[in-house]
Design a protein around this ligand. Structure first.
Ligand code: XBP
Ligand code: MG
Length: 254
């Protein structure tokens, strides 16, 4: 069975960058103010709601908890869609202003993987607009073109932990799961990637530190940088080092 590593598939929020607390959460709250909705998500409440992936699904979950009848009304879908449009505009502006930085080691690994001829892909529940804004603001205007495909948001009917987004990405890459590695930060993301058969490197972030990562191939505190190695476990054994293409090739093969 050919397990030659051909592609790296990255989750976005929490994996490429720590975007939730000071990015998405702030954008949601600004959208609520714009829309005259008396919701405000503090850090604790947002942490609870992150169990639901997808901003529209998250807002609907909150609405059901605070006013079930209104949330179940026929017009609720359009109201949620409008809130998501407002929120996405705020998020794109926040990211475009340079408020979000990539996690340590992410840019290094992306550039190294490109140089080594590996394909790059994205599998995320956020919107394509949010992905493009983050890539452009952190890596430059040509960065979206680094990725062979971007699986984002509503391209699949069900979001993570459903594996659909990873199946969608594998189909467009034209690769079997065994020739790819997934990079995720959350239990929902791990269930999605593992459910599609991909070995997964977990780098927990902020809200996801306490998630269940039992099914992960690797669970590390980051990707590491020269002089600042990452540490954690790989294949069940303690590991410390800098995640680079050479070790990823080994992790795909073993
Ligand atoms: C994280 C999510 C997203 C963001 C909000 O995505 O669950 O819903 O929290 O973004 P991932 P949207 O970790 O899969 O990158 O409002 O655009 O959904
Ligand atoms: Mg994530």
């Amino acid at each position: 069975m050919d397990t030659t590593l051909r592609a790296l598939v990255f989750d976005v929020d929490g994996t490429l960058a720590d975007t939730e607390r000071d990015g998405h959460r702030v954008a949601f709250n600004r959208a609520f103010v714009d829309a005259g909705v008396d919701w405000h998500w503090d850090e604790r409440r947002y942490g609870e709601l992150l169990a639901v992936t997808g901003g529209k699904e998250r807002m609907l979950q909150h609405w059901r908890e605070v006013d079930r009848a209104a949330a179940d009304a026929p017009s609720a879908g359009e109201r949620i869609a409008e809130l998501q449009r407002l929120k996405t505009a705020h998020y794109v502006a926040l990211v475009g202003a340079g408020t979000v930085r990539l996690r340590p080691g992410v840019e290094r690994l992306l550039r190294q993987a490109r140089g080594a001829g590996l394909q790059l892909a994205i599998a995320t529940t956020t919107t394509a607009d949010n992905v493009a804004a983050l890539l452009r603001s952190t890596l430059g205007d040509d960065a979206p073109g680094w990725f062979a495909c971007v699986g984002a948001g509503d391209v699949v009917p069900r979001k993570k932990p459903d594996p659909g987004i990873y199946h969608w990405v594998l189909d467009r890459l034209g690769l079997p799961a065994r020739q790819c590695l997934a990079f995720e930060d959350s239990g929902n993301g791990l269930r999605a990637a593992h459910g599609a058969g991909l070995r997964t490197v977990i780098t927990p972030c902020g809200y996801t530190a306490g998630d269940d990562f039992e099914a992960a191939w690797a669970c590390l505190d980051g990707l590491g940088e020269r002089g600042a190695p990452a540490s954690g476990h790989v294949g069940g054994a303690p590991w410390r080092g800098v995640v680079d293409v050479a070790c990823l090739r080994d992790w795909a093969r073993n």
